[in-house]
Design a protein around this ligand. Structure first.
Ligand SMILES: [Zn+2]
Length: 158
């Protein structure tokens, strides 16, 4: 099995980082860390550095990186298609705000924390152990799945 790809995303690609996390990929960001520290981290943590900055992408040091050229986050995701796979099992398993893997919220905690109509209509509610945000399948999810389908399986969704 090839090692699961991990990413380090430059500050200016926050939208792309969210999409990578929705797909289930570990996409770290270290806001305001500065380019040199990011390179050191990418090397140490074996992450692929993603940037729109051509100068950064041409840096002489040897670290995995990819220059992103598209403006829109979903087009940017499309530029990485060769590195990624769409695995329905892994969708929505990470907090898209802070990159932390989600955990399932036990029913009794869900009753305390989530709105009653959500608890009544959703069997599984997840939460981010880091920022506390709650996640459940909603109307967004269908739109996200459709967008991903278009990027990764264009023939089947035409
Ligand atoms: Zn979080």
């Amino acid at each position: 099995m090839p090692r699961e790809k991990r990413f380090l995303v430059a500050d200016h690609l926050g939208g792309l980082a969210k999409w990578l996390r929705l797909l289930g990929y570990d996409a770290a960001m270290y806001p305001r860390a500065g380019f040199h520290r990011l390179v050191a981290r990418a090397m140490r943590e074996k992450r692929i550095y993603l940037t729109r900055n051509a100068q950064e992408a041409a840096d002489k040091r040897s670290f995995p990186r990819r220059l992103i050229t598209a403006d829109h986050p979903t087009e940017q995701l499309g530029e990485l298609r060769d590195l990624l796979s769409l695995d329905p099992q892994r969708l929505f398993c990470r907090c898209n705000r802070c990159n932390t893997p989600l955990r399932e919220l036990p029913a009794e905690r869900a009753a305390q924390l989530a709105p009653p109509y959500i608890v009544a209509t959703h069997k599984h509610i997840h939460y981010c152990p880091d920022c506390g945000r709650l996640y459940w399948p909603g109307t967004h999810e269908k739109a996200i799945r459709r967008t991903l389908q278009k990027i990764f399986c264009p023939a089947s969704s035409a």
